[in-house]
Every structure is written in C-alpha cells, then in structure tokens.
Design a protein around this ligand. Structure first.
Ligand code: HC1
Ligand code: SF4
Length: 571
C-alpha cells in the first residue's frame, strides 16, 4: 500500500492515483478549474497547487501521482495565497459580466472567487480583449472574453467527441480556443452537440439561451396557448438543478413546476417516442422485407443527423425517415391537436424542454415547418435553462406536489423513457418489432446486450426467417469509428442506433452540469427505474398511441403519418 499524509493525517491507498483523487476520496477540498473527472487532467489552471515534503516547489495535485511517504499540505497560508493570486490573475483577464451571464449561479470561477474572497484588484490585461462573441449558432454562444483557458471545451470536442472543431491557439495572454480559420461556429462542421458548453466551467461557451424569450411568451400570452413538451432524459436530471442527486426522478415536480411557470398544457415527448417505435419499427420491417436500404439508422438525435448531412452524406439513404419524437409531437400539436381544440396553429406556442443543444437547431429546420411556414417547435429550452427559469420565477421546486401530464399526448410506456439512455431506442424497438413480427413477446423485456456504456454494442436476435443484427453506438468519436468499419465492410447490421452524446441523451450537452464522476451511471439507472415501475413497457401497448392511429393516422406509414411524422434530409 502507498502510505501518505494529508494535512498531517495518515492515509493509505492500495491503488495508484493522483494527489487530487486521494484528497477528493477523503473529502479534503482542493480547488480546481481545469479539472473534470470525465476528462484528462492537464494541470493548466494551477489552482490545485499543494505543498509536499519533496523540495520546496508546490505541485499541481491533478497531475501528480501519490508516492509512498509523501506528506501533502492543502491548507497552509502558502497554498491559500497561491490560490488567491492565481484567481486574481484569472479575473484580470476575465470579462466579468456576471449579472447577465448564462453561467451566473452555476459558475465554477464565481464560486471560487467568492469562497476565497478574492478582490478584483489587478489591472485588466486588455490584450486579452478578443471582443469576440460568436452567436452564429442556433445552439451555442461563445464569448471568448470569458474564457479561462481550462482546455475543457477543446478536450470535450476532440477527445470525447472526435470532432476537433475547437483547438487552443496562441500563447500566454493571446491563447484562446478557436475554430479553424476562426470561422463562426455555424460555418464549421460543428454538429451542435453542446459537449463544449457542458464542460465549460464558466460562461465562455453556453447554450444559445431562450430563457428570456420563454419568459416573454409566458408573461405576455396575448391570447395564445403555451404548450410544453419534455424529453425523456430531462426528468432524471432536472433534480440536480435543485441540489438533488443525479438520477433522482422528478417527473411530477417538473410537470408541476412548468404549470407554475404558466404553461397551459404539459405534454410528454415520451408519447411520440412510443409513436416513433410504431413508425420506425414498421419502416424497418418494410425495409427488411422489401429490399430497402440497410442498415437502417435511427434518426432521433439531431447531432447525429447534422453529422450525416455534413460529413457522411453518402449515408442519408440509411437514415430512417422518422422525425424525432420532438418533431413528431410538435407536428401533432400544431397540425392535429390545435384543430381538435378549435384553435389556429399560429395561436399555439410549443416550448420543448430537451437535454440537448442540437434540438434548438433541429427546431429551425425548414422541413419541420407547417404548411403555412411557421416552425412547429417554437422554442427549445435545455434542461439547464428550465432549471434557470424555475429559479428565476422562485417556484419552490422541492416542495411542489407532483402533477401529471395532460392527456392524451402525455401518455407513455416504459419503452419511451428508455430513449434517454444509449441503447434505449433499440431496446424499445425490439420489444415491439419482435412481438409484431413473431406474434409473441420477447423472452425478456430487459434486453441487456444493448445496455451499458460500451462504445459499440452489437446483438443478434433470432427473428423468424432471419437473424436480426443490430448495433448501438453512442458518443461521436465511436460513431466515426463505426462508420469507418461499415465503409470497409468490417461490420454488417440491419438496424443501428446512434446517439451523439456519451450515454445518450442523459449525457446531453444541455443537461445540468455535473462534477461527479458517476453522474451518467446514476441518471441511466434513474431512467431504467422509471421503465421498471411502469405497468406498460411496450410502445404498441400505449392506449393513446393506439387511439391516435384509430382516430387519425389510420396505421403506421400511412399517408397522414408520412406527412406529419416523417421527414427528409439535406444532401
Ligand atoms: Fe432525446 Fe429523443 S431521446 S433524442 O435522445 O428520441 O434530446 O431525452 O427527447 O426527440 O423522446 C433528446 C432525450 C429526446 C427526441 C425522445
Ligand atoms: Fe442531443 Fe441526445 Fe443527440 Fe446528445 S444524444 S445530441 S442530447 S439528441
């Protein structure tokens, strides 16, 4: 075992780890700004410098390994002074528009400055005034005058996602993460996944906020009906905005809070997740039976759609023509529900709450407008933005009584909620397609081969005449590897699920920021727990879905379904 002391107290560790990991495990506070447990430590911000018994130099705890006999001091005046002066230097290069900043209240720098009582006394280093606010993307805003050079966005974009849109350029006060040729994000190959915004410790890269617009819509309705929809992955993560743990289930409180904000109706994106299974499952069976393009690719993740359109257009024919559940629900609300309610589509405002920054971009697609040319989804809020709105309006989230979704567009099964986890769309599709094709239920509903965090998961299911080969791929970097293999003929599948974010939507770029190392596992468990507790766990058993087929769509892939529930892609 490695023996060491921290602040004169003795500890032992049987495994190799860094000083920072040892401190965190033992509840000893060490400040950090560039460190995130899901990324590689880089030792850039120098806030985690600690004293040791080895020579006089202080060492960065995040990149220094424990060694036998090391004596670590984290709380001496020398350490505290070093933190304060490093923070002071960061402030000198930081545009402190905290009051209007997207990160206000959840900013790691703000917390550190407050905690250490740092005065903003150094002269401003104006060379760093990049004066660059890039709001070209519908999903993200970059304000490089707020950048603290932690490198987390660069790592998220390159290491995690394999996209390499951002790289650190320049040195010293001129260093800054930039796009190639410094182009506005919109003109790059960015797919809007928002991983950069999730990992940014400050407000240098944030979602393109729709909080103010939503406030305006809710406070000045002018006779309009405001309808919300909430994505599967929101209900296990919104809890974290209010101090609860990752994976804590807050469905009822979230619906209640949205009503408190002034929504007239709250529908569930899960309803159209079930509907997606009906349409997409039928499309798959049709392609398999009639020689359609295979493998068929899922189409609910807009980051993935952006990736195919921008980088792999040769695979457009493989994409399912199904709109995403967000797209389907907004379409039903504006084109069908509004008419049933006797209101004009223009008088309904659809606000969609998503774990996803790319959904903001999806909502602006030309293909997803009504015949009269208005967007079917008016506003997309990330889970983080919903949290902000609830706090802003002082809605007492934790003490709210659970509320239920409005029906019929709020009814859903366990198969729908698992869309939020990587493998969930596949599992939901198999539960239904198997039963419809073979006229008997799958031997087990919890289909574990498609669960978990492995980058590429594969399974073969005996499916009557054929063995159905499926794959599930999550995280953009794994997707790029998979597509390379597919092009080289190294893999062969009938149906593949793709989700751009690690873990699926529970790891979406718009979910509450977390500094915990196990937040994805816990959110994933929360989603599976909801599924287990549902009395109906197969999409085709959703009564409201059956009803909408009987009363309106007639059957999957009907003429009406094609018009309202399917789409096409940009070559
Ligand atoms: Fe997702 Fe989906 S699961 S894409 O990952 O198919 O965002 O949660 O809403 O639309 O249902 C996201 C999540 C979400 C859609 C559904
Ligand atoms: Fe958005 Fe989910 Fe796709 Fe991530 S995996 S880009 S959150 S839809």
């Amino acid at each position: 075992a490695i023996k060491f002391t921290i602040n004169n107290k003795k500890y032992e560790s049987t495994t190799a780890k860094t000083i920072l990991e040892a401190c965190r495990e033992n509840d000893i506070y060490v400040p950090t700004l560039c460190y995130h447990p899901m990324l590689e430590p880089v030792g850039k911000c120098r806030l985690c410098l600690v004293e040791t018994n080895y020579g006089g130099k202080m060492v960065p705890a995040c990149v220094t390994d424990l060694s036998n006999g090391i004596e670590i001091t984290t709380n001496s005046p020398r350490v505290v002074n070093s933190v304060k002066s490093n923070l002071g230097l960061i402030l000198a290069t930081h545009n402190q528009e905290c009051t209007s900043c997207e990160a206000n209240g959840r900013c790691e720098l703000q917390d550190l400055v407050y905690r250490y009582g740092v005065e903003d006394k150094f002269p401003k280093i104006f060379e760093k005034s990049h004066n660059m606010v890039d709001s070209s993307s519908p999903s993200l805003i970059r304000d490089m005058d707020k950048c603290v050079l932690c490198n987390r966005c660069v790592q998220a974009c390159s290491l995690l996602q394999g996209m390499d849109i951002l790289s650190m350029t320049g040195r010293g006060v001129h260093a800054i993460p930039k796009t190639a040729f410094d182009s506005p994000i919109k003109e790059t190959e960015c797919i809007n996944c928002g991983a950069c915004s999730f990992y940014c410790p400050v407000g240098a890269i944030a979602e393109h906020s729709a909080v103010r617009r939503t406030l305006d819509v809710l406070e000045n309705k002018n006779g309009k009906i405001v309808v919300f929809q909430t994505a599967p992955a929101t209900r296990v993560a919104i809890s974290e905005e209010f101090g609860m743990e990752p994976g804590d289930i807050s469905t009822g409180k979230m619906v209640a809070a949205i009503r408190e904000l002034g929504a007239d109706m709250v529908f569930d994106t899960n309803f159209t997740a079930d509907l997606t299974i009906m349409e997409e499952g039928s499309e798959l069976l049709d392609r398999v039976a009639n020689g359609g393009t295979l493998p068929m690719f899922t189409s609910c993740c807009p980051g993935w759609i952006n990736m195919v359109e921008k980088l792999y257009p040769e695979f457009i024919p493989n994409l399912s023509s199904c709109r995403s559940p967000q797209g389907m629900l907004s379409s039903i609300i504006k084109n069908h529900w509004a008419e049933k309610m006797g209101v004009k589509p223009e008088d309904v405002i659809v606000v969609s709450v998503m774990p996803c920054t790319a959904k903001k971009d999806e909502a602006r697609r030309e293909e997803l407008k009504t015949d009269s040319g208005i967007p079917e989804t008016d506003i997309v809020l990330t889970t983080r933005e919903l949290g902000r709105l609830i706090k802003l309006k002082k809605v007492p989230f934790l003490s709210l009584k659970d509320s239920k979704y409005n029906n019929p567009l709020g009814e859903s099964t366990g198969a729908a909620v698992i869309f939020g986890n990587t493998g969930g769309v596949m599992e939901a599709a198999l539960r239904t397609a198997y039963e419809i094709a073979l006229k008997k239920p799958m031997p087990t509903l919890n289909y574990t081969p498609v669960r978990g965090f492995e980058g590429i998961k594969e399974a073969t299911i005996p499916f009557g005449e054929i063995d159905l080969k499926v794959a599930v791929v999550h995280q953009a970097s794994n997707i790029r590897n998979y597509l390379k293999k597919l092009k080289n003929g190294e893999v062969e599948h009938h149906f593949v699920e793709f989700m751009i974010c690690k873990g699926g939507c529970i790891g979406g770029g718009g979910e509450p920021k977390s500094l915990k190392s196990d937040y994805l596992e816990r959110r994933m468990k929360g989603i599976y727990d909801i599924d287990e507790r549902k009395t109906t766990r197969k999409s085709h058993e959703n009564q409201a879905v059956q009803q909408i087929y009987e009363q309106f769509f007639e059957k999957p892939l009907s003429h009406k379904s094609h018009k309202l529930l399917h789409t096409h892609y940009k070559d």
